[in-house]
Design a protein around this ligand. Structure first.
Ligand code: PNS
Length: 149
């Protein structure tokens, strides 16, 4: 089984995340969209709400599962026997940041490989923080999120 973990805060899940997951579906037998809970990081949307949006978006995809974990992403990978961490890249800044995290994860768990998929240019400007900002100001966020917040 090719099992991947797509970790993130998903605060909230954006069309950018959705695109990466949909592109990854043909590559893996199972994808855990896993919310990494960080006690020191306050999220805008509740855990239940974030989980519900992910489940709703991928209700038709039996290979996509949702999960929540605390601690290291690689420890969660080991728990679910995932050999791959999936991450999306939007631009060069993402690449620089993600490369360092991937190296740290490789050091912690050499058996887990990080796989990157590129966002399409039309969607590369989308981020959860942008959505939160628009939501906060009661502005239209429908271009960035496929459901009602
Ligand atoms: O893209 P995001 O939402 O900022 O990602 C957050 C997440 C959960 C992927 C990140 O905070 C994370 O990896 N947390 C677990 C701790 C960890 O494993 N860090 C990497 C090794 S130092």
């Amino acid at each position: 089984m090719r099992i991947a973990v797509f970790p993130g805060s998903f605060d909230p899940l954006t069309k950018g995340h959705e695109e990466i997951i949909r592109k990854a579906i043909p590559l893996f037998d199972k994808i855990y969209v896993a919310i990494g809970e960080n006690a020191n990081k306050k999220s805008c949307f509740s855990l239940d709400q974030r989980l519900q949006w992910i489940r709703q978006a991928f209700a038709d995809e039996s290979c996509v599962e949702t999960a929540v974990y605390e601690g290291l992403t690689v420890d969660f990978c080991r728990k679910v026997n995932a050999r791959f961490i999936l991450r999306g890249l939007r631009n060069a800044q993402d690449m620089q940041y993600e490369k360092d995290i991937a190296e740290a994860n490789r050091h912690l768990a050499p058996e887990v490989e990080t796989v990157f998929l590129l966002s399409t240019p039309e969607i590369a400007h989308v981020s959860s923080s942008l959505v939160r900002e628009l939501y906060h100001h009661h502005a239209d966020y429908s271009e960035y999120v496929s459901y009602e917040l």
